[in-house]
Design a protein around this ligand. Structure first.
Ligand code: G
Ligand code: MN
Length: 271
């Protein structure tokens, strides 16, 4: 009985690498090819007047056995399968295409991983994509997680500098949740801090949480950085972060991550 050539090929590759790739990574590669990932947008609002100011692109993938996979889990799967580059570029291109149809006053935020920053060509490809899609770089924000920067801060800074010079804004994501290295604030060309929702949770009920928020906003102001609060779930939290001087916010209070056409409806309703 003959073994199909494809099977032999797959075994040969597996032997060379000495690791069995998890099948879910192959499913993810197929999903990328089939454009089967779901792209969602979570609205962001400006504190000053409550206006809709843009959205963060978030990706979600429903796997038949593993359920819904998103965020860090998807990134981890893509990295173990060697398709992190493909995933990042797919998300960037797909979200830029959607946002290119939004009115001019709305911004797009996309998440950037460690892999992206260490990949020499990521920045160039992103700038090419932006030009290709026709989305103004001034309306794009890259949200960088602290974890993405740890390995080589100087290199990350140099890569980000090029993007920053093109007009793209850089935000430090999940601020206050991980290893909070204050040198990032000195070295990186940052425009904004995005406060992790763990820092937001208690701002309306706990004096110490409020004191921490107040300190961070004061520091951000001294550094000429804007502050965005994520994970706003209650009116009390919203009122607290607005009062304390956060420039914008997002959270379930005003909108869960939604499909592009639902976001369009929100835009239309907001006038
Ligand atoms: O850290 P990052 O920006 O990647 O977080 C995005 C994730 O946070 C998404 O999965 C989104 O569903 C979730 N999220 C967004 N807003 C809220 C919120 O108000 N409350 C909670 N619990 N989760 C939220
Ligand atoms: Mn984010």
């Amino acid at each position: 009985m003959s073994i199909p050539a494809q099977t032999i090929d797959r075994r040969a590759r597996t032997d060379r690498r000495q690791v069995e790739p998890h099948p879910v990574t192959e499913d993810l590669a197929d999903a990328l090819t089939a454009d089967a990932l779901e792209l969602l947008f979570q609205p962001q609002f400006r504190s000053a007047d409550g206006a809709l100011s843009g959205a963060e692109a978030l990706v979600r993938w429903e796997h038949p056995d593993h359920g819904v996979l998103a965020g860090d889990a998807l990134v981890a799967i893509s990295q173990s399968g060697g398709i992190a580059r493909r995933l990042s570029r797919h998300i960037a291109r797909a979200s830029l295409r959607v946002a290119a149809n939004w009115p001019d006053h709305l911004r797009l935020s996309i998440n950037v991983t460690a892999m992206d920053l260490f990949d020499r060509t990521f920045g160039e490809e992103l700038l090419a994509m932006i030009a290709d899609v026709g989305f103004p770089p001034e309306r794009l924000t890259l949200e960088i997680t602290e974890q993405a920067l740890v390995a080589d801060l100087d290199r990350s800074a140099a890569r980000l500098e090029i993007l920053s010079e093109s007009g793209i804004r850089i935000a430090l994501d999940d601020f206050g949740a991980g290893f909070c290295n204050f040198r990032y604030l000195k070295v990186l060309p940052l425009d904004a801090l995005k406060l992790d929702r763990a820092m937001i949770e208690g701002v309306a009920t706990d004096d110490r949480d409020l004191a921490v928020l107040r300190g961070i906003v004061a520091m951000a102001r001294a550094l000429d950085l804007s502050v965005i609060a994520e994970g706003i779930e209650t009116e009390e939290q919203r009122a607290a972060i607005v009062r304390e001087g956060c420039h914008s916010w997002q959270g379930y209070l005003a909108g869960k991550p939604m499909k592009p056409d639902q976001f369009d409806e929100l835009v239309a309703a907001a006038g």
